[in-house]
Design a protein around this ligand. Structure first.
Ligand code: ZN
Length: 291
């Protein structure tokens, strides 16, 4: 089954709900970045929230999201557009669990991320990119997006994202939701929604029971939902040799000459998908000549 996000309106159009299944997308990110379990959970939650968020904007809007934290993961990066995401992680080899308390045995994403900032840049093509940052609340990703939407975009929201990792480190299930209240939301809607949210203590527990985005929305909407759209989400990197050639053309000629005469070519690794691109001496000479 392909990954998708359902978009619904609920509570007399006073709330908007996004719910996603993202197991394949997160598995792909895990394979590309060779993430250990806690890194898989952090990157997977981040990419799932980013993919859903990218569906809130118009087709030509691109989002770049970054979490920079003091924890061992260092950073998480996502680029998202129309439900298509690609991402990167500072340190994929992180495996931390809670040792005590109610979450004992579960992956400790908050500690892996640490204190830091969530930064969102919206690139609207024509206009100047708009950037906004909020401090991380817990580093657990869902809480951090909730705080971002509520403070930076003045949209009261609730975000839940989760990833379960198999014993062989593959991704068992991944998914999440974003609920946003419109300014017209009544007190009654707010209290119904708060009650509904208590029924979803763990997205991944529900998904493991076989629940789908349709079911998540039904619970969150207390049955008032009206499905507006179903959109595919996926991990995809559109990188190309031409794209990297154009990046290389921004280097000054002296640096390019050094690559030709000292290194006899250049090899570039895409951070988002791991693909390697080789530029021969002739490729580099062409780049200089075409400037
Ligand atoms: Zn790539």
């Amino acid at each position: 089954m392909k990954d998708y996000t359902l978009i619904a309106t609920a509570y007399n159009k006073e709330a908007r709900i996004y719910a996603a299944t993202s197991t394949n997308l997160v598995q792909e990110a895990h394979e590309i970045h060779k993430t250990w379990p806690t890194a898989s959970a952090a990157l997977g939650r981040f990419l799932t929230a980013s993919a859903m968020m990218s569906l809130m904007y118009k087709d030509d809007e691109h989002l770049t999201l970054k979490i920079e934290g003091e924890g061992p993961l260092k950073y998480l990066l996502a680029e998202a557009h129309n439900g298509i995401v690609r991402g990167d992680i500072g340190n994929p080899e992180v495996y931390l669990k809670y040792h005590s308390g109610p979450k004992a045995g579960k992956l400790n994403v908050g500690m892996a991320v640490g204190a830091g900032l969530l930064t969102v840049t919206k690139d609207l093509n024509m206009r100047q990119p708009f950037t906004s940052s909020t401090p991380l609340v817990s580093g657990e990703i869902g809480d951090d997006f909730t705080y971002y939407f509520t403070t930076s975009e003045q949209t009261p929201s609730a975000v839940g994202v989760g990833v379960l990792v198999n014993v062989d480190n593959s991704i068992l299930v991944s998914g999440g939701f974003i609920v946003q209240l419109l300014p017209s939301a009544s007190e009654q809607t707010i209290s119904s929604l708060e009650k509904a949210l208590t029924k979803i203590s763990s997205v991944t527990d529900l998904m493991q029971e076989g629940k789908k985005p349709e079911d998540l929305i039904h619970i969150l909407a207390s049955g008032t939902e009206e499905i507006l759209d179903k959109r595919e989400i996926k991990y995809h990197c559109p990188c190309s040799k031409e794209g990297f050639a154009s990046s290389l053309s921004y280097l000054d000629n002296k640096t390019l000459e050094e690559l030709i005469h000292e290194d006899h070519g250049a090899e570039i690794n895409c951070h988002f998908c791991g693909k390697k691109y080789h530029f021969s001496e002739n490729d580099l000479k062409d780049i200089i000549n075409n400037k």
